[in-house]
Design a protein around this ligand. Structure first.
Ligand SMILES: O=P(O)(O)OC[C@H]1O[C@H](OP(=O)(O)OP(=O)(O)O)[C@H](O)[C@@H]1O
Ligand SMILES: Nc1ncnc2[nH]cnc12
Length: 175
């Protein structure tokens, strides 16, 4: 089963980046092209029914599959980046993380009104990051038709935070 293969490949790193955090390191998956491609196909088959016009990928680990999914679906990929990284005019949103706080940005012309998008990231923890990205989407008059994550840390209840934007929450692996 794909979930077992993913779980068997993810590496737990204890106390990174802070004491008490068990960090889910997905980099061993990226070293396995076959598994990476299998994951892309799984995301695409679960995303197709939502008929998105674009995939929003969140820096930095949301870029790994975000672009692969968008390419496979032949739709645009839109990067959401940490503050100060995007060169053109931006809109921004501040949020809390499992281990700190951050601010993310999107180019102000990246979305147009009425567009339907999926917000993608590697991992859902408290949901602060995905919610911030969804806020950026909504502020542009576009719609979040779903979220997709490789990993959902269900014990942190991130789904509760993002469900008001869309109930379509795809996750390939749950802990
Ligand atoms: O649901 P949340 O509590 O908001 O946490 C999830 C976010 O945290 C991680 O990113 P991180 O900020 O560590 O940055 P990175 O992807 O650049 O490593 C992860 O990739 C998600 O973006
Ligand atoms: N425990 C965790 N592992 C990997 N990425 C994370 N992002 C937020 N919490 C995380």
């Amino acid at each position: 089963m794909l979930e077992d293969k993913i779980k068997g490949t993810i590496r737990d790193v204890i106390d990174f980046p802070k004491q008490g955090i068990v960090f889910k390191d997905i980099t061993p998956i990226l070293e396995n092209p076959e598994l990476t491609s299998e994951i892309t196909k799984a995301f695409v088959s679960k995303s197709e029914v939502l008929k998105p016009d674009a995939i929003i990928g969140i820096e930095s680990r949301g870029f790994f599959w975000g672009l692969l999914i968008a390419q496979a679906m032949d739709i645009p990929f839109i990067p959401v980046r940490k503050k100060g990284k995007l060169p053109y005019k931006t809109i921004s949103y501040k949020y809390d993380l499992e281990y700190g706080s951050a601010e993310i940005e999107m180019h102000e012309d990246a979305l147009s009104k009425g567009m339907n998008v999926i917000v993608h990231d590697d991992l859902l923890a408290t949901g602060g990051t995905a919610m911030a990205a969804a806020q950026l989407v909504k502020s542009q008059g576009a719609n979040v038709v779903g979220f997709s994550f490789l990993v959902n840390l269900t014990f942190l209840d991130g789904e509760q935070k993002i469900a008001p934007f869309s109930n379509n929450i795809i996750s390939l692996v749950n802990y």
